[in-house]
Ligand binder design. Structure first.
Ligand SMILES: Nc1ncnc2c1ncn2[C@@H]1O[C@H](COP(=O)(O)OP(=O)(O)OP(=O)(O)O)[C@@H](O)[C@H]1O
Ligand SMILES: [Mg+2]
Length: 352
């Protein structure tokens, strides 16, 4: 028997070494979900390699939270397949819940309890012994810089402290797969950077992470791969560099007195940068060599005798990605969802 097991291990190692990589940690295929009139998901496909960070990037109402809710067994999809560590989320939700942690878009911590009590509660819910939970809670409070506030009620915590505690709560049972739904929305730049550092540390431990965000910059600094989601469908995926390459390395914005001025200048600017488009009183162009192109554009405008109000060279934003990929802005599609379709059981580590 021992020899047989060793043989199996050997075969397993061989498969990995041979490039026959392990199955994805998260697998989603043809996922659909409708809420009344709203088609929240219309065929989402994703594959997340173990030990990597996957960024799901999209505007309000794109379907990010709905995808996370399906994967964390909070709601059932209408159709399609979703697996976590090879386990089907609809067929065996209990086993999926044992392998995942979730920090939702809205911190799911209890106001009345202290920070430490919140973590201990999650430990009890995930059936760990008291001594293990006490030790783990201390460790996490320390790691997330909350030791000083551990015995204070959550009512006294700031938004950033709640977010950190929520993230700590999702880690109490050391899940191999973690879902973070907009972990830094609403945080100030310093708290955001701190949280990014913590997330990087987690991933260095081998955790697989699916992260949703509205910010290209966040996906850029944290994610190995990014899927851009819009109106319930993945419209592009790749590394941050691959996505940005689709729209140029930087964006040039030339502003005019009014929209008429911008319209009049478009042809001149487009002769230097073919991808230029007007947006109100601004002409926007994705470029690869910002400074050099900016000089050429200014020369052309000057030669044409046109008046420029201002000129900016900046990094592409999520809006630019959208405009390039879809031809429309990343506008809000619908008001905030209600929770009418939430199943009674919640995933460990907090739910939304
Ligand atoms: N329980 C629900 N009942 C009705 N509609 C819902 C429900 N949940 C989500 N929706 C709708 O489904 C669409 C996708 O919502 P979802 O919450 O997945 O978007 P999101 O990408 O997470 O957006 P945000 O960035 O605003 O969090 C939206 O139009 C939303 O209004
Ligand atoms: Mg959301």
């Amino acid at each position: 028997m021992v020899v047989f097991n060793q043989y199996l291990t050997f075969l397993n190692d061989l498969a990995t070494v041979d490039g026959m990589s392990q199955p994805p940690a998260i697998e989603v295929s043809g996922l659909t979900k409708r809420f009344g009139e709203v088609q929240a998901l219309s065929g989402v496909d994703l594959a997340v390699e173990p030990g990597t960070v996957y960024g799901l990037l999209g505007p309000n109402g794109a379907g990010k939270t709905t995808t996370v809710r399906v994967l964390t067994t909070i709601i059932r999809p209408d159709a399609g397949i979703a697996r976590v560590l090879g386990i089907d989320v609809t067929k065996d939700p209990q086993r999926v819940r044992q392998s995942i942690g979730l920090a939702g878009q809205y911190a799911a911590v209890d106001e009345v309890l202290t920070g430490r009590e919140n973590l201990e509660l999650v430990g009890q819910l995930t059936h760990q012994s008291r001594s293990v939970v006490t030790k783990r809670a201390d460790e996490l409070l320390e790691r997330f810089g909350l030791s000083h506030a551990a015995d204070r009620s959550l009512k006294t915590y700031s938004g950033g402290m709640r977010r950190r505690l929520d993230l700590a709560a999702s880690l109490v049972h050391r899940p191999p797969v973690l879902f973070l739904d907009e972990p830094t929305t609403g945080l100030d730049p310093k708290s955001r950077n701190d949280l990014w550092d913590m997330i990087r540390e987690l991933v260095a431990d081998g955790t697989t992470l699916l992260l949703t965000t509205q910010y290209l910059e966040e996906a850029d600094v944290l994610a190995d791969r990014i899927a851009v989601i819009d109106r319930g469908t993945v419209i592009a995926d790749g590394t941050a560099a691959e996505l940005k390459a689709q729209m140029g390395a930087t964006v040039l914005e030339i502003s005019f007195v009014d929209a008429r001025g911008a319209d009049a200048a478009l042809a001149t600017i487009a002769s230097v940068v073919p991808g230029a488009e007007t947006d109100g009183a601004v002409v926007r162009a994705p470029v690869y060599d910002g400074a050099k192109t900016a000089m050429e554009v200014l020369r052309a405008i000057d030669a044409a005798g046109l008046d420029v109000g201002g000129l900016t060279v900046r990094e592409p934003s999520l809006d630019d990605v959208f405009l390039t990929l879809t031809g429309h802005r990343a506008e809000e599609i619908d008001p905030r969802p209600d929770d009418s379709d939430v199943a009674p059981a919640a995933a460990p580590g907090g739910a939304q």
